[in-house]
Design a protein around this ligand. Structure first.
Ligand SMILES: *Cc1c(COP(=O)(O)O)cnc(C)c1O
Length: 424
């Protein structure tokens, strides 16, 4: 059995995410990962140009992380987090507090980005409920992505993939993202929504919408929207699952706005690609609404693996790395490198535009195409043949590689993009 290729064995029983199994190519068997490189079962190497969905930002199998987790593994593996606490969770809370916007005071542990968002939504709804001011409407951006559980899916953009579920969604009002041009229109729309509905919360990916294709919006405009929401005590939920932990050039994208969120969702790079975990953070005022003599005023929400000690250990090692001068230098180096590449490639006739924030780089093709259409497949195949793992989205090719990627590896990604333009 074990000398059969992974591909063959996989086919028998495994159902992959985001996959139409009737037509999809068989998955590639990955046997090892180190730094910015993935190794497949035939010995072929791929540069991980998206840090495995922006998780492994300090590189795969980073020894500072693996050693911290393996030490933790021998001390305390897992314990119920209701009625118990432990050193890794407490230490992580202290480390996170030191880097989060300073109005964030409490941490709630979940398993992944979607459950961080679901917890945030439940927190916001119960916050108003507990204050005898029941509110039923959520506000979200039109083309946002917040995850695939029901709450998270409800506040994400409407798409053909959600057709079977739409009838069961939460009540959501949607607004476009703010730009320099449309801000007056968006403000007007938000004001109308706020006056016609009982709004509980506004959820947004601050400045960069990852799944929408690394789409950027305007910080000043977003700040205006946040202020409008705050004025009516509509809780602002920053979904920093993608933008968190240094990718935008600051620890959190929320730092670009003067108005701070009430609630934040963290995952992906939180545990540096090592373990599945997320955290929903909130202000003291949000937390205080759950205190009372009645037990039901509390937040009765839990996941079995809440604050798993191994995941906390990985997160602690990740934050230590994020604050190290090595990683800070890497972030500056990759940012500068993307800058130079942008300067060069934006003159190419097949490039409509480029955009960049920190180590996030995106390039818009001057072509009409579908999100998962043929051109996208052709591009993906081209990159994989070249030994570069990128996942183009619609017209967008983006790079969000581990901070520790070498200059040579970056150059290889750039070259493969330039070559891709010539085959289109
Ligand atoms: C990936 C992502 C999520 C969902 O996280 P999962 O861990 O995949 O459930 C939510 N919000 C944003 C902004 C994301 O990028």
């Amino acid at each position: 059995m074990t000398n059969m290729r992974l591909q063959e064995r996989d086919k028998k029983h495994i159902w992959h995410p985001l996959t139409q199994h009737k037509t999809a190519a068989p998955p590639i068997g990955i046997v090892q990962a180190k730094g910015a490189v993935l190794y497949d079962e035939n010995g072929k190497e791929y540069i991980d140009g998206i840090a495995s969905w922006y998780t492994a930002m300090y590189g795969h199998c980073n020894e500072q992380i693996t050693s911290k987790v393996s030490t933790q593994m021998l001390t305390l593996d897992q314990v119920v987090f209701t009625g118990f606490t432990h050193e890794p969770a407490v230490e992580l809370s202290e480390k996170l507090m030191a880097i989060l916007p300073d109005n964030q005071q409490k941490l709630f542990f979940n398993d992944n980005g979607s459950t961080a968002v679901d917890a945030a939504i439940k927190m916001a709804l119960q916050y108003h409920f507990n204050r005898d001011n029941k509110r039923d409407t959520l506000i979200a951006f039109e083309d946002g992505f917040h995850g695939d559980t029901f709450g998270a899916m409800s506040v994400s953009s409407l798409s053909v993939y959600n057709g079977p579920f739409e009838d069961f969604f939460l009540k959501v009002e949607r607004i476009p993202v703010p730009t320099k041009k449309n801000i007056d229109e968006v403000v007007l729309k938000l004001k109308t929504i706020l006056s016609e509905n009982n709004c509980a919360a506004f959820i947004y990916e601050p400045l960069v919408q990852g799944a929408a294709g690394m789409k950027f919006h305007d910080a000043e405009g977003l700040n205006t929207l946040l202020k409008l929401c705050k004025a009516q005590n509509v809780l602002c939920i920053a979904d920093e699952v993608m933008t968190g932990f240094g990718k935008t050039g600051k620890n959190f994208a929320s730092e670009y706005m003067e108005t701070k969120p009430d609630i934040m969702c963290l995952s992906k790079a939180l545990t540096a690609g090592m373990m599945a975990m997320s955290i929903t953070t909130c202000t003291q005022a949000a937390y205080d609404a759950f205190l009372g003599d009645e037990i039901a005023k509390g937040f009765f929400h839990a996941h079995t693996y809440s604050a798993n000690p191994l995941a906390c250990a990985a997160a602690i090692a990740g934050i230590d790395l994020l604050q190290s001068s090595e990683i800070k230098n890497d972030i500056a180096r990759v940012t500068k490198s993307h800058n130079c590449f942008a300067e060069k490639i934006q003159k190419h006739p097949k490039v409509a535009s480029t955009r960049q924030l920190g180590v996030i780089f995106a390039l818009e093709l001057a072509l009409e195409m579908e999100r998962y259409g043929n051109v996208r497949e052709k591009l993906f195949q081209h990159f994989m043949e070249q030994g570069v793992f990128l996942r183009p989205l619609g017209n967008t090719i983006y790079i969000l590689a581990p901070f520790i990627i070498t200059d040579e590896q970056l150059q290889k990604i750039y070259n493969s993009i330039e070559e891709a333009l010539s085959i289109l």
